[in-house]
Structure formats: structure tokens, C-alpha cells
Design a binder for this molecule. Sequence first.
Ligand SMILES: [Zn+2]
Length: 155
Amino acid sequence: MDTPVLNPPAPRQPHSLMDDHPLPEFTADELRRCASSKPSACTCSLKACLGWESVSNDRWPAQQLQAVGTLRRPVPHGETEATFEEFHPHGTRYESPEAPIARAFFPFNRCDVYACGQCGCAVLRYTEYGGYYIDPRARLVDAQWVVPDQDDTAG
Ligand SMILES: [Zn+2]
């Protein structure tokens, strides 16, 4: 007879607050609707974040940004983490302001969606984990670059 072993929970890596407060999963349409204002209209400190920019916690305007949803989806069966594949059918790069916002692809598949109370724009944010650093990155959402869900051909 085996003695039942209680598995203590594995120590967890530092992670986004959001894991404790589940956010609604946004579709491409919901994301587009959330970005009611053009990034160029942003008057807050995020106005530079047209492509992905590092925005450390002390620069992050937490008072005016409210987490409203997430683009993260459960990891498919048999895979250990969301894909790192990027989506650039038109030759854009990771940091291009006009890179498509395709929620099935990196880094959008790791993003939470924030609504700016000051200027009505939407901001995506995720955290890059390096060996010795964590690097929160933000990008303003320009609705015209949001790829409709049926067009993002993951898998
Ligand atoms: Zn703003």
C-alpha cells in the first residue's frame, strides 16, 4: 500500500496580478470596440507606445488604466505554453507600429487589455521574461491593425 502523498503546490514564479483576477477573454471585435480612440489621440504618457515599448512599472499610469480583458487563451492540449510565433503577412516586424494585432500569435497571446480613462484608447500589455529581468511592454491599440479572428490562421 502506498501512502498517499500530498503534493505541495509548486512555488510560483512572479506573475501578473491578473492571474488572481480572471479577466474576460476578448475577441478581436471586442478589442476593436475597446480601442474607441486613435493612438494618436492619446494624451497620456503612453502616447509613444505605437509599437511595443518597454514601460516599467514606475512609468505605467496605473491610475488611468483599467484592466478590462485579456487576449490570453488556455494553452491547447499537448502544448506547454502559448506559441512564440509572430504574425507578419505583410513584412512588418515585432516592433512595427503597423504590425497586425493577431490574438493567436506572439506577443498578443500573452496580453491583457487596458482601457485608458483619460483618452479612450486601449493598451495591450504583457511581460517579457528574460533570464535575469522582467520587462513589461505596452502597445497602444490602433483598431485598424486588429486582425479579425477568422483571419488569424493559427495552427
Ligand atoms: Zn491614454
